[in-house]
Design a protein around this ligand. Structure first.
Ligand code: PAF
Length: 282
């Protein structure tokens, strides 16, 4: 397996392949790989001649220094996990300076308002950081297709918007959320949960599923109250938000319309660790 730390070396390796019209699939990650990441890799391996995965904990998308500090970094284990899957994955694992060249700041992006909802409201600057890193990685790797998990559904919509506004020739592909047997959405942050908290965190998906059923015969407002009340039964959780939004605009919904697709989005703390998840409601 080839692991590159420098963008110049990666570009030198990829450019003859790009010239030969080989299709390049790209899976951007921050490492601490789990089965959700592996499913993105498998899809890319099956659809492209070459698959590149980046492992980079991007400082500019963290609005909380402690969260950045505590984000799991497990490069050696990640490489071993990938090796078990396939020897044909090209890894790009840069240092901060290889990406930011001494100027670790975000560009600023206009995503037509998508950035002002949910995660954007609660994590100021987060999506400028995401846009900055994803755009730079696309410039370095020049993929034909890039794969993103739907757990970060807002991120997926934002990346699609960034690509279309900047006319970047890459197909952004959303892939379904991978869940533990308990229903807990797979996330690198789960590694930081104690055994007990991980067990308890299974309630998140259980409550989301009940919310989906409740939403069938009730208004968005009543469904939000239902979810808030359900979580009040569990003092271990601190609910940051549960919102119901229309899928493409991500605008909060007050009244259901027949031809619209809705999703419930949640951010919640347990043991001071922030988890997000979402569920299609109709
Ligand atoms: O979803 C993530 O892991 C990150 O936000 C991404 C897309 C790799 C950018 O740093």
């Amino acid at each position: 397996m080839l692991v590159f730390n420098k963008k110049s070396d990666l570009s030198a390796f990829l450019s003859p392949l790009i010239n030969q019209n080989k299709s390049i699939g790209f899976v951007p990650t921050m490492g601490a790989l789990h089965k959700g990441h592996l499913s993105l890799l498998e899809k890319s391996l099956s659809e492209n001649d070459v698959t590149v995965m980046s492992i980079f904990v991007n400082p500019t998308q963290f609005n909380n220094a402690e969260d950045l500090d505590k984000y799991p970094r497990t490069l050696n284990r990640d490489v071993e996990i990938m090796q078990e899957l396939s020897n044909n994955i090209i890894v790009y694992a840069p240092e901060v300076d290889d990406i930011y060249e001494g100027n670790t700041v975000s560009e600023s992006f206009d995503y037509d308002g998508l950035e002002n909802q949910m995660e954007g409201k609660h994590r100021p600057g987060h999506f400028d950081g995401v846009g900055t890193i994803v755009k730079r990685l696309f410039e370095i790797i020049q993929p034909n297709k890039a794969y993103f998990g739907e757990k970060d559904f807002q991120q997926l919509q934002i990346v699609k918007k960034m690509v279309s506004k900047n006319k970047i020739p890459v197909a952004v592909i959303g892939c379904p959320i991978h869940r533990e047997e308990s229903g807990l959405a797979m996330s690198s942050r789960n590694e930081r949960l104690s055994y007990e908290a991980k067990e308890k965190a299974a309630e998140i998906f259980k409550i989301l599923k009940s919310a989906k059923t409740f939403f069938e015969n009730n208004s968005p407002e009543a469904t939000i109250s239902f979810v808030e009340n359900e979580f009040k039964k569990f003092p271990e959780f601190q609910l940051e938000y549960f919102e119901i939004a229309e899928e493409s605009s991500l605008l909060p919904v007050s009244k259901k319309e027949a031809d619209k697709k809705y999703r419930g989005f949640i951010a919640i703390f347990i043991e001071n660790i922030r988890l997000i998840d979402n569920i299609s409601l109709n």
